[in-house]
Ligand binder design. Structure first.
Ligand SMILES: [Zn+2]
Length: 294
């Protein structure tokens, strides 16, 4: 059986078809249609019809809060203010649809063979991008909460009374650990340039990256305290800083009563599934969840 795995981003829509073994047999990348879920559903239907093999189920990852099984999505990035997208897509394609948050899909991809948490039962996934997203794997299963909406790991408070966050609270982790936070800390340099310049020895950018790493470390240590995971995986644009970011994070870790810096070093990993993670993970989630329902 073939499964379509789709990663709907704010800019691009990535479409892949995966076989039983999870190997991608077909891929297309097209521009996303902003603010119009009906057109996005029609776009996906077209991609399924044009594909050389026929998908029998669909997994979709979107940047937003997703309630399953109703498939209701709230996405600021896609400008979908409460859209029943799973139903919409299922109607137009006549196929079963599993819809999920994109961080949940990225985490699912990292649990596949070759991924950063393959074989791991308990893991925390953080996307350090425009915002901070996250997902949890607990006892080998994605954790979703009572209403299936998952874990918003960008919105626990690391600075009480701090900067106002888009979610309405003040001092959220996202305000200090996103790519936007690094932009602010560097005095207006884009995250990728901060990393490149810090690597090349630019003192100002090294200081900005150090300040940023301390913020990420605060979140990582708090999450380690709460979940005691085997892996904390960093994904998203900023995670491209890999080696230098890990070094900086570990240098700011203050050991606590029940963990050392070595403990954090042992669990801290970077996402390895790259650009295809969203598609592969969405297909894996569809396979995992639909086989239970069908
Ligand atoms: Zn927030």
């Amino acid at each position: 059986m073939y499964i379509a795995g789709i990663d709907v981003g704010a800019t691009n829509l990535k479409f892949g078809i995966f076989d039983e073994a999870g190997e991608m047999v077909h891929m297309r990348v097209v521009r996303s249609i902003q603010g119009n879920p009906e057109d996005t559903a029609a776009q996906i239907d077209g991609l399924i019809r044009e594909a050389p093999v026929r998908a029998e189920m669909i997994g979709v990852g979107v940047p937003g809060t997703v309630f399953m099984p109703s498939g209701l999505v709230y996405s600021g990035n896609l400008k979908w203010p409460g859209v029943k997208f799973a139903e919409m897509l299922s109607q137009i394609t006549s196929l079963p649809v599993w819809l999920d948050n994109d961080a949940q899909a990225a985490l699912a991809a990292e649990t596949l063979p070759g991924g950063a948490c393959f074989g791991v039962e308990n893991a925390v996934y953080l996307t350090l991008g425009t915002g901070v997203g996250g997902a949890l794997l607990i006892g080998g299963k994605p954790w979703r909460g009572h209403d299936n909406s998952g874990a918003e790991l960008g919105h626990f408070i690391t600075h009480a009374g701090g900067l106002k966050c888009g979610c309405g609270m003040y001092g959220c982790f996202e305000m200090y650990a996103s790519a936007g936070a690094l932009y602010r800390m560097s005095g207006g340099v884009r995250a990728r340039s901060v990393i490149d310049r810090a690597r090349a020895g630019d003192e100002k950018m090294k200081r900005a990256l150090h300040t940023y790493a301390r913020e990420v470390a605060n979140g990582v240590c708090s999450l380690y305290m709460i979940f005691r995971p085997q892996a904390i995986v960093l994904g998203g644009g900023v995670s491209a800083a890999g080696d230098i970011l890990k070094k900086e994070i570990l240098s700011t870790v203050r050991p606590a009563y029940n963990f050392s810096r070595d403990d954090i070093a042992a669990v801290l990993r970077f996402a390895v599934m790259g650009n295809n993670a969203g598609m592969a993970g969405a297909a894996a989630l569809a396979r995992m969840n639909m086989s239970r329902i069908l």
